[in-house]
Ligand binder design. Sequence first.
Ligand code: PEP
Length: 282
Amino acid sequence: MVGKFLSQSCGGHDGVCDFCGPNVRTKIMRNIVAGNWKSNKLMSEALKWMEDMSPWMPNRGHVEVMVAPPTPYLAMMSSDAPKGLSVIAQNVSSEGSGAHTGEYTAEMLKSCGVSGAIVGHSERRARFGDTDALVAQKVRALVSEKLQAVFCCGETLDQREAGTAQTVVHDQLTTAILGLDASALPFVVVAYEPIWAIGTGKTASSEEAQAMHASIRGWMAETFGVEKASEVAILYGGSCKPSNAQELFSQQDINGGLIGGASLAPLDFQGVVEGHPASQQA
Ligand code: PEP
């Protein structure tokens, strides 16, 4: 399948590919590992994390490394981030500028050097009223500013046990992604995060994760065509750590991960990135 060949042979660059042949112009699959700190770390700890990551960053190979710190640190971290580290937000307003106390817009993020935002995380859906419709607006707010929308989807344990996991995920994709113009796809990253695996220590097996990723890729292909679908990075999230990253990231349609707990300590996060086959490519 295109995705596997491209992600494992070329590792995420865009252009004439030495591996695939001198005359083959390729639009290559992206490989991404993104950390989500949630509401963790004080400013001094955020600075220390960046300091510890900095010398390691050249070891990331062809993996795009992103981190989503708490909002107050975004501008500072974006301006001080080592080369190759993209700073993204954990949320964004669905609105533009105006009388929306407490909200921050995609344009504001962009003005701080922030590269994008996570939207639709299950914690926000469950506790902060992020409905499918609101998440869809947030995706649009980001892509219209040419910012990365790391769109989270995933089912609960009850839904998985009832056999409706795929329908749930396809419905989430339909609401958030369906109406987008194909030209927005370079700004869309899908993070499949089975809710029962987030922060629980329970990881989806690589087969379970791959099956859902293949079905997400299939949905993308039906909606936007096979070529466009192959260019969208689909990340796995849910108790991913150094010990299971390699097996997960070696699956055909798993292009990397959205990492919660294991992104907090630099060595763990580096271990997760190093589990990605594309990190071995110079
Ligand atoms: C997450 O919250 O996006 C996540 C994947 O968390 P964890 O890695 O801790 O399960």
